[in-house]
Write a protein that binds this ligand. Structure first.
Ligand SMILES: Cc1ncc(COP(=O)(O)O)c(C=O)c1O
Length: 356
């Protein structure tokens, strides 16, 4: 790895109690270029703009995918990643589907660890605090030709993330728009998936909802995901979540929730979730909770479901009664080294660059 440390660190301007998530970037970034059929050296360089023209293929034809993951600091200042191998596997699945070159585990993990290590002072410590990390691959070739590009960049950038209380939200069950289709790219973290979701989400917001529950594109009868999260439904004391498929992103948080629920002896059914059955359960009082899970907020609890122009309120459970809250706490405990990690999910980030 080629390391070029910044000579103008901005860390003295960073106030961990007052910063803007998503707009504050750590001192460094990782970049690596693909050309002539192979990836070059991974470079750790000062964070900053790169030179591209509007003829860059990535922004014209959408060959671009990304990951979202976090690093956490414990009370002793140790820094951990959470299941980074899952993000590595997923970025390559996304790249493959978008006909982009895959990256090696070494490029991904070594780049990640070096970046987090060198900028560990940027990771805020405290409840809900973390560093949000964004690995991405995009086509950089300058050509207006609708074909597979010949040049790419793998990059990793990161922004400190803070605790924010996610208020329960109202979600509209989509009866027209779809996030994914059979044979499409729903399982990939393709940048275009997010672009395509903004307009339907705007419409849902205009109707008084905060998010959409995406349903299957052919019948709109089955739950798929919610916003940019996987979705869980609790009927009585059983948890249901749709199986992952080519239309559903294989979320790291989803998988962790399933394992944590099973460890607690909660019955988990990974099976298609029918909209009509959820609405029926709401009507007969057996629907206890519906929530979304993802790296960014961990859990968003839903307070109402919009379906067929009607709003169906959900019970407001106390933290003690809520499986969503209980499992979130279990997960955060492991992520932040407050709890034992029987699954081996935490990965300590060593001081690899101390001597550089
Ligand atoms: C569409 C979509 N579904 C689900 C998730 C949750 O995945 P993860 O738990 O790996 O963050 C995300 C977030 O990354 C997402 O963008």
């Amino acid at each position: 790895m080629i390391i070029q440390k910044t000579e103008n660190s901005r860390i003295s301007t960073f106030d961990p109690n007052n910063f803007s998530f998503g707009n504050t970037f750590i001192d460094h970034m990782i970049i690596c270029e693909y050309e002539n059929g192979k990836w070059g050296d991974v470079k750790l360089v000062p964070y900053g703009p790169l030179m591209f023209t509007p003829a860059m293929m990535g922004i014209n034809y959408g060959q671009a995918c990304f990951e979202g993951m976090k690093a956490y600091k414990d009370k002793d200042g140790q820094v951990f990643l959470f299941r980074p191998e899952k993000n590595f596997e997923r970025i390559n699945k996304s790249a493959k589907r978008l006909a982009m070159p895959e990256i090696s585990e070494e490029m991904f993990l070594d780049g990640l660890k070096a970046l987090v290590d060198i900028d560990r002072d940027w990771i805020p410590f405290g409840e809900g605090m973390s560093l949000y990390i964004r690995p991405l691959i995009f086509a950089t070739e300058e050509a207006l030709k609708a074909r597979v590009a010949n040049k790419y960049m793998f990059a990793i950038v990161a922004t400190p993330a803070k605790s924010y209380y996610a208020e329960p939200v109202s979600v509209k069950i989509s009866d027209h728009y779809s996030r994914a289709a059979n044979g499409g790219v729903g399982f990939a973290k393709a940048a275009g998936n997010y672009a395509a979701s903004f307009y339907p989400t705007q419409l849902a917001i205009e109707e008084g909802y905060e998010q959409i529950i995406w349903t299957d594109d052919s019948t709109h009868e089955y739950f798929e995901e919610s916003g940019t999260m996987n979705v869980f439904v609790r009927i009585n004391d059983t948890i249901y979540t749709p199986p992952t498929s080519e239309k559903i992103l294989d979320g790291v948080t989803r998988d962790s929730f399933i394992q944590l629920a099973k460890r607690r002896g909660i019955e988990v059914k990974v099976e298609p979730v029918k909209v009509k059955e959820v609405i029926e359960a709401q009507k007969n009082g057996s629907l206890k909770e519906v929530w979304g899970v993802g790296t960014a907020v961990v859990t968003t609890v839903f307070q109402a479901l919009g379906y067929n122009c009607e709003k169906f309120p959900l019970p407001r459970l106390s933290d003690e009664e809520s499986y969503a809250v209980m499992l979130k706490n279990d997960l955060v405990g492991i992520q932040t080294n407050l709890e034992e990690d029987p699954f081996g999910w935490r990965v300590l980030v060593d001081h690899v660059l101390e001597t550089v």
